[in-house]
Design a protein around this ligand. Structure first.
Ligand SMILES: Cc1cc2nc3c(=O)[nH]c(=O)nc-3n(C[C@H](O)[C@H](O)[C@H](O)COP(=O)(O)O)c2cc1C
Length: 179
C-alpha cells in the first residue's frame, strides 16, 4: 500500500460500504461518552459518506441516549472492521445532530418507504422499559435524527501474514505507525 494513496482508498471503500448491504463497513460501532465520562458503544448503519467534506452520517431516534450523550460531548469514535479487507479503521469525529430541517425531511422521505420506518415512529423512546401492556400503535410523527460525524483523525490498521501495517491520517499528518 502506497501511503500517499491511502486516504483516497479508504474514502472510496467507505463510499462502497454505504451502498453495499454485505460490506462489513456498513455497520460500524459508534462510541460516545456520557455525562459521567462512561463509554457507550453501539452498532449503527452507515447512511451517507461525503469524502469532499469528510463527513459520515448515521440515522437514529432523536430520543435515544446517544443523542443526549453526543449533544453534550460531541466527540465520538467510530470503529470499522472488515474481515474481507482485513482492515480496521478507528475514526475520531466531531458530531453534529439535526432533528429538524430540510435534510431530516429528505432522510425521512427515504426511510418512510422502508421497513425501518417503524423504528422512528414508536410512541416509546429507545431504552424505555416495556410494560406488560406495551402500546403497539405507531405514532403519527417520526423521531428521526441525523448524526453527522466530521472526521478529524483516522487510525488505519491492515492485518496481513506478510506484516501488519498501520497509518495515521489527520490534518497535515500522513505517516506510518508501528502496528
Ligand atoms: C446491525 C445493527 C444496526 C443498527 N443500526 C442502527 C442505526 O443505524 N441507528 C441506531 O440508532 N441504532 C442502530 N442499531 C441499534 C443500536 O446498536 C442501539 O442498540 C440503539 O440505537 C440504542 O443505542 P443507545 O441506547 O446507545 O442510544 C443497530 C443495531 C444493529 C445490531
Amino acid at each position: 500500500m502506497d501511503l500517499i494513496h491511502l486516504p483516497h482508498t479508504i474514502w472510496k471503500q467507505l463510499a462502497l460500504a454505504k451502498d453495499d448491504r454485505q460490506h462489513p463497513w456498513r455497520t460500524p460501532v459508534l462510541a460516545s461518552i456520557d455525562s459521567r465520562g462512561l463509554p457507550h458503544a453501539r452498532t449503527v448503519v452507515l447512511r451517507n459518506v461525503d469524502s469532499d467534506s469528510q463527513v459520515l452520517q448515521f440515522f437514529t431516534d432523536s430520543r435515544s441516549p446517544k443523542v443526549t450523550q453526543l449533544s453534550t460531548s460531541p466527540q465520538a469514535q467510530i470503529v470499522f472492521w472488515s474481515n474481507a479487507l482485513n482492515w480496521q479503521l478507528r475514526v475520531t469525529a466531531q458530531i453534529t445532530i439535526e432533528t429538524t430541517g430540510a435534510a431530516v425531511d429528505a432522510a425521512w422521505r427515504q426511510v418512510e418507504q422502508s421497513p425501518a420506518r417503524q423504528d422512528y415512529l414508536s410512541p416509546l423512546s429507545p431504552g424505555d422499559a416495556l410494560a406488560a401492556e406495551a402500546p403497539k400503535e405507531l405514532g403519527h410523527s417520526h423521531h428521526l435524527a441525523i448524526i453527522s460525524a466530521k472526521v478529524t483523525h483516522i487510525d488505519w490498521l491492515s492485518l496481513s501474514p506478510e506484516g501488519h501495517q498501520r497509518a495515521e491520517i489527520s490534518a497535515g499528518i500522513l505517516r506510518w505507525l508501528t502496528p
